[in-house]
Ligand binder design. Structure first.
Ligand code: HEM
Length: 535
């Protein structure tokens, strides 16, 4: 079926035959022509000119010209590894079947192969891995029921709660379209007008914004999903990966020292540990909540800018993942891998989280463009089980996804002529009921500052110092309309945070008064704070 050769490049033609005088190592064109001279183009005399009918050269150079596919629009820089997920067969102390019928979780010791891609978010494919950025943590489970992708980040919350804002968020974090440089002013200009981002800021600008490597960081699904049991009843769940290697983050000076010598340190760390047999492990834990709006909480359970408090919703272990095999080819396995939040198996479902629905459209849409229409036929993305569809053709169609005894004339359903048949239903669907007005509105329980303030106070002293330093560094040269508003938002989270940021900015600007107003930055900020409190 070609899956092995695509990755390992066995070096023989498809059926493995070699012509007389050739060995399996003989260099050929992709048409199978043996190459006797790979050093010189075909020319008139040895000084040129070159000729146009030179198939060997044209095939080689034109393939090279097409060696890159578009980068991921976000998460372009990444590293990947293969491994295995082993189920505990229960959730905490309870049988897991009470909450989900997903087969991969049911039996203790059941193993499911996985592929994981870690990433940074904002910059290009060869950017330093020391940058302040969330880290992606995307896991593909090749289950017996087809693939499940858990597309998460290292941090447990996100900047925004509505997918409508995602392109703006990313534009503000990507390089300036004029200067092609990332700018703190642009990042905070968006954030200071997006108060729900403050919880994310409380993590991202602290050392939690630069994990020391990929092995020693947590992962989280961030958005809320559902689990569905054999009766079709659902609960809300959040997923978390806990690294059994412990957690390690870097301050900005520590990251700069690494970056001065090595901008691939996280990829190197992951690859070398796996190559040495020191396999990194993570425990998968879930938080569970009944499937309703929970009016007793001061936040909306579907709001991805919030953490579900661990004392009320404990992290319950459900299994362990071990990464134990490096990719053999970075491009085939890591670059072309494609994860999406829509890729769920029976027993797992979407919640009503509107951000999650926005994400779910975006992933497969971008992958049809980035990798191509038939990206699911590539070995890294294809399920490791029977696939039979009536989808045909399209760019780079590699094979027909048919059943062995299917009548290949029948690429439609239903049919009485030995075409594909729908699967028998094994358990009732989860069928939530909906009634509501169609609208464009933000959620009611926004509570943008409380958890951010709690996080500020929970940070250790050195983490708070680093948070202030990093924010001052990013904001010192920013327009005062942006930095003043950031002081105001930080003050809303915790007055000490606002005060320390204002003091830091004042110092970094050499104690200068705010232009035009005759007021100091702090004076203007405290006015703004008073105004905010009054409203
Ligand atoms: C990658 C969209 C929010 C985690 C991507 C990609 C897109 C995208 C278009 C590139 C995919 C590709 O080229 O294969 C969005 C949208 C979001 C959103 C529209 C919000 C509405 C999030 C959140 C998380 C996240 C909240 C974390 C929970 C990731 C990860 C990747 C990724 C880990 C890289 C996957 C890989 O390694 O291939 N996202 N994203 N994204 N996103 Fe999101």
């Amino acid at each position: 079926n070609g899956t092995g050769t695509a990755v390992t490049g066995a070096g023989t033609s498809h059926d493995g035959r070699t012509a007389e005088g050739e060995s399996a190592q003989t260099l050929t064109t992709r048409q199978g022509h043996p190459l006797t001279n790979n050093q010189n183009t075909r020319t008139v005399g040895n000084r040129g000119p070159a000729t146009l009918e030179n198939y060997q050269f044209i095939e080689k150079i034109s393939h090279f010209d097409r060696e890159r596919i578009p980068e991921r629009v976000v998460h372009a820089r990444g590293a990947g590894a293969h491994g295995v997920f082993e189920a505990y067969g229960k959730v905490g102390d309870e049988p897991i079947a009470k909450y989900t019928r997903a087969k991969l979780f049911q039996e203790k010791g059941k193993q499911t192969p996985v592929f994981v891609r870690f990433s940074t978010v904002g910059h290009g494919g060869h950017s330093p891995e020391t940058l302040r950025d969330p880290r992606g943590f995307a896991v593909k489970f090749y289950t017996e029921d087809g693939n499940w992708d858990l597309v998460g980040n290292n941090l447990k919350v996100f900047f925004i709660r509505d997918a409508m804002k995602f392109p703006d968020l990313i534009h503000s974090q990507k390089p300036d379209p004029v200067t092609n440089r990332q700018s703190g002013e642009r990042i905070f200009d968006f954030i200071c007008n997006t108060p729900e981002a403050m919880h994310m800021v409380s993590f991202l600008f602290s050392p939690w914004g630069i994990p020391a490597n990929y092995r020693q960081m947590q992962g989280s699904g961030v958005n809320t999903y559902k689990w569905v049991n054999a009766q079709g009843d659902a609960v809300l769940v959040k997923y978390h990966w806990e690294p059994l290697q412990g957690i390690k983050n870097l301050t900005a000076p520590e990251a700069e020292a690494i970056q001065a010598k090595n901008f691939n340190h996280a990829t190197q760390d992951l690859f070398e540990h796996i190559a040495k047999g020191e396999f990194p492990e993570w425990e998968l834990r879930v938080q569970i909540m009944s499937d309703d709006e929970h009016p007793e909480l001061d936040f909306d359970p579907l709001d991805d800018t919030k953490i579900w408090p661990e004392d009320q919703f404990p992290h319950l272990p459900v299994g362990k993942m071990t990464l134990n095999r490096n990719p053999e080819n970075y491009f085939a396995e890591v670059e072309q891998s494609a994860f999406g939040t829509g890729v769920l198996v029976d027993g797992l479902d979407f919640s009503d989280d509107k951000m999650l629905q926005g994400r779910t459209f975006s992933y497969s849409d971008t992958q049809r463009y980035r990798v191509g229409t038939n990206y699911l036929q590539l070995p890294i993305n294809a399920p490791k089980k029977h696939v039979a569809t009536n989808q045909r053709d399209g760019q780079m169609a590699y094979h027909v996804d048919s059943a062995p005894d299917q009548n290949l004339h029948i690429n439609y359903e239903p049919s009485s002529l030995n075409g594909l048949k729908e699967a028998p239903r094994s358990a009732p669907d989860h069928m939530p009921e909906y009634k509501g007005r169609l609208m464009r509105q933000t959620i009611d329980r926004q509570n943008n500052f409380k958890q951010a303030g709690e996080r500020y106070r929970l940070h250790e002293g050195w983490e708070r110092d680093d948070l202030i330093n990093n924010m001052v560094g990013a904001l010192a040269d920013a327009d005062r309309r942006v930095s003043d508003k950031m002081v105001e938002l930080c003050t809303n989270c915790d007055p000490d945070w606002g005060k320390r940021l204002a003091e830091g900015l004042h110092k970094a600007r050499g104690g200068k008064k705010a232009e035009g107003s005759g007021q100091s930055n702090e004076a203007r900020s405290s006015e703004a704070v008073a105004e905010a409190e009054a409203t």
